[in-house]
Design a binder for this molecule. Sequence first.
Ligand code: HEM
Length: 237
Amino acid sequence: MNGQRATTHATATSLALLAAWLVCQTTVRIVLGYGDYFPPNFRSDFLLGREGTFFGGYQWAFYAHIVSGPFCLSSGLALLFERAWAPRRRLHRLVGKAHMIGLLFVMAPSGLWMSAYAATGRVAGFAFAVQAVLTAAFALLGWRSAVRREFSTHRIWMQRTFAMLTAAVVLRLIGGASEVLGLEGVYPYSAWASWLLPLGSLEIARWVSSPMAPGTLRASGSPRKTAISGSTSRGIH
Ligand code: HEM
């Protein structure tokens, strides 16, 4: 039983590290591509054919989004490593607040605005709009539970928020894979898959490691370790 739990924990840690590496690598790649946006290059992949819509309100949403997106993704990733923040509680709160403000007031609203102009049409646009609303809702619920000092609940909502943020990475991974495989027309559906897959995986992982799952009953009273952070339900707070 102990051996099985150790294996599960090691697998979860390896998966979390792999995900962290993918997030870092993709974020760096995204930011390295910003040469096409300052000034806007309408022959680049993303801006191709957008001359007509770019110079209205779109450009403000776009620039706000491409600055706040990488900030929210990287601060969200950093905040997941709870043990590293344990001796730095005030800094955790400060970074957490900056993350929330960037997400709620800049990244999600700008993503919502841009969803109305999604390059591949309504199916993708609707997926981005739902993603924007859910991400903001999860973050708000996470904020509320932190204010109420319900830290186990806070952790769950912030993990869900981060799963939604990794959609930016998953979308680009699916895009890369479909290019290699020569698949066409998948983008609108990958916009849905990009957040449904990480959110679904997180919920399955949470269920598998919950006391309700078969074979995971524990002695009562012992604080349970979480798969992602390795910290106890008491958290860092
Ligand atoms: C709530 C989460 C998010 C929503 C709803 C959202 C929405 C969108 C939408 C609608 C577009 C335009 C897509 C199109 O026209 O086809 C877009 C583009 C973009 N997003 Fe996001 N996004 C989110 C999170 C992020 C994150 C976390 C990053 C960080 C890396 C990011 C970085 C970008 C960039 C750089 C673009 C410009 C296109 C490119 O260079 O690939 N977004 N986003």
